[in-house]
Design a protein around this ligand. Structure first.
Ligand SMILES: [Zn+2]
Length: 205
């Protein structure tokens, strides 16, 4: 058994008491301090923040099956309004760390340890949203001024509505006046005058 490439970190878990004892089970609760930032997008898990991690270690014939549940907090900016935000991140996964050192398995028991860091890092980074938002209906930025619409809840939306409405209002007024002109001088009126006018004519004749 070689430990040449192994370096102990908070993410490495000692499994010596489980090795080659199929059926043995251990559970650990770890508060893992993130050594370097996880994620390159708008939100990331900052270096120095803590990942609350529950680890279940089960000894199998081939190796150690690890079931891991991680919860932490990602911080960054909203993809629409650029406001600072923080988001809870929760991931779960299970992976076998094999005794075999042939390279046939993605993860191997190294010495008498398993290293959870690459697994946790991959799972957490995959769980981070590409387009994080401060809230689902975030209105974003004003396309003209670049101001945050949320910061101007009364002024800006009214201005936008007013300008559109006044244009619509102008159209409505011109159509209404055209329509009323048509009906007053329009086609229907003479016939109506005739039908109203005819009974008195009959009485006269
Ligand atoms: Zn936002």
């Amino acid at each position: 058994m070689t430990v040449n490439k192994f370096s102990k970190t908070p993410f490495t878990v000692n499994v010596w008491d489980l090795m080659h004892q199929p059926g043995e089970l251990r559970e650990r609760e770890l508060d893992l301090v993130v050594p370097e930032k996880m994620g390159e997008g708008l939100v990331a898990i900052k270096a120095g923040s803590v990942l609350e991690t529950d680890v279940r270690l089960e000894s199998l014939h081939d190796g150690i099956l690890t079931s891991v549940r991680v919860s932490g907090e990602a911080v960054g900016i909203c993809g629409r309004c650029l406001k600072d935000i923080s988001l809870p991140v929760r991931v779960e996964f299970a992976e076998l760390f094999a005794y075999s050192q042939t390279g046939a398995f993605d993860y191997e028991v190294i010495g008498d340890h398993v290293d959870l860091e690459p697994l946790i890092r991959d799972a957490v980074v995959l769980a981070l949203p590409f387009q994080p938002v401060c809230r689902p209906d975030c209105p974003g930025l004003d396309p003209i001024t670049g101001e945050r619409l949320d910061d101007l809840p009364e002024r800006v939306p009214q201005e936008i509505v007013d300008s559109r409405w006044s244009a619509l209002q102008g159209l409505l007024e011109s159509t209404e006046s055209e329509a009323s002109t048509h009906t007053s001088n329009g086609v229907g009126t003479p016939n109506e005058d005739d039908s109203f006018g005819s009974p008195p004519e009959r009485e006269k004749s």
